[in-house]
Design a protein around this ligand. Structure first.
Ligand code: DX5
Ligand code: ZN
Length: 217
C-alpha cells in the first residue's frame, strides 16, 4: 500500500550513534522518526527528552513524531514544539482536559495526535476526532520496546477507522508496538497508515529489507 508510512522508533537505536542510526532509517525508507518520551510516572520507564530532541531535529529533515508518555503533558507542549517536534501525540489517560492539550499543540503550530493504551476503549477518541490530526492506537502496553503485539488491538483499529469514516474524517491512524512484517499486514488491513517500528528495524540484519517488508506487507 502506497500510503503506508514507517515511523522509526529510535528507542531501539544505539543512542551513542543516534545520528548514524537515524540516517540508516531514513535511507531505508522511514519517513518519520518516532521519539518516545517517558517520565517514569505515566509509564514505568524513563527515556530521553527535550535536549535530545533538539539535537535530533538539527540532524534530520524527516517528520519528528513525538510520542509523549508523560503525566500532565500540557506542561511541556511548548518546549517540545520549540525544539523540533512536528507531530505531538499525548495520552488521553494522562490528562484531565485533552481538549486544552490539543489547543495548546495547535497554538504552537504543530499537529496533535491522541493516543490510548491497550486497556482504553476506542470510544474515548470520539469526542476529539474532529480536532485531532492523528490517532495512535498502542498495540503494546507503553513503556518498553521489543514487546509482543497485542492482537486484541486489531478490532480497536477497525473500530477507530469506522468512527472516522462515519464522520467523514480523513485523519491517519498510527500503531505502535510489536510491528514486524507479519503484524504490519494485519494492522494495515484493519486501517492503520502510520506504522511505528523499533526493535524490528534496529535489530534487523538488513534494515532496508525490513522497511521494505513493512511497506509491502
Ligand atoms: C513503547 C514505545 C514504542 C516502542 C516500540 O512504549 O511507544 O514506540 O519503541 O518498540 P517496538 O517496535 O520494539 O515494539
Ligand atoms: Zn511510541
Amino acid at each position: 500500500m502506497e500510503n503506508t508510512v514507517v515511523s522509526a522508533s529510535i528507542l531501539s537505536a544505539d543512542l551513542c550513534c543516534l545520528g548514524n542510526d537515524i540516517e540508516r532509517a531514513e535511507k531505508a525508507g522511514c519517513k518519520y522518526i518516532h521519539f518516545d518520551v517517558m517520565d517514569g510516572i505515566f509509564v514505568p520507564n524513563i527515556s530521553y527528552g527535550i535536549p535530545v530532541l533538539r539535537s535530533v531535529s538539527k540532524r534530520t529533515k524527516s517528520v519528528l513524531d513525538v510520542h509523549l508518555m508523560i503525566t500532565d503533558p500540557i506542561r511541556y507542549i511548548k518546549a517540545f514544539a520549540d525544539n523540533g517536534a512536528d507531530i505531538i501525540t499525548f495520552h488521553l489517560e494522562a490528562c484531565g482536559d485533552p481538549m486544552r492539550v490539543i489547543d495548546e499543540i495547535h497554538s504552537c503550530g504543530k499537529k496533535a495526535g491522541i493516543s490510548i493504551k491497550p486497556g482504553t476503549p476506542a470510544s474515548e477518541f470520539e469526542k476529539y476526532l474532529e480536532y485531532a490530526d492523528m490517532l495512535l492506537v498502542m498495540t503494546v502496553e507503553p513503556g518498553f520496546g521489543g514487546q509482543g503485539f497485542n492482537y486484541d488491538m486489531l478490532e480497536k483499529i477497525s473500530t477507530a477507522k469506522e468512527m472516522l469514516s462515519r464522520k467523514g474524517l480523513d485523519i491517519p491512524i498510527e500503531v505502535d508496538g510489536g510491528i514486524n512484517e507479519m503484524t504490519a499486514a494485519l494492522v494495515k488491513k484493519a486501517g492503520a497508515e502510520i506504522l511505528v517500528a523499533g526493535s524490528y528495524l534496529f535489530n534487523a540484519p538488513d534494515m532496508d529489507a525490513a522497511v521494505r517488508k513493512i511497506l509491502e506487507a
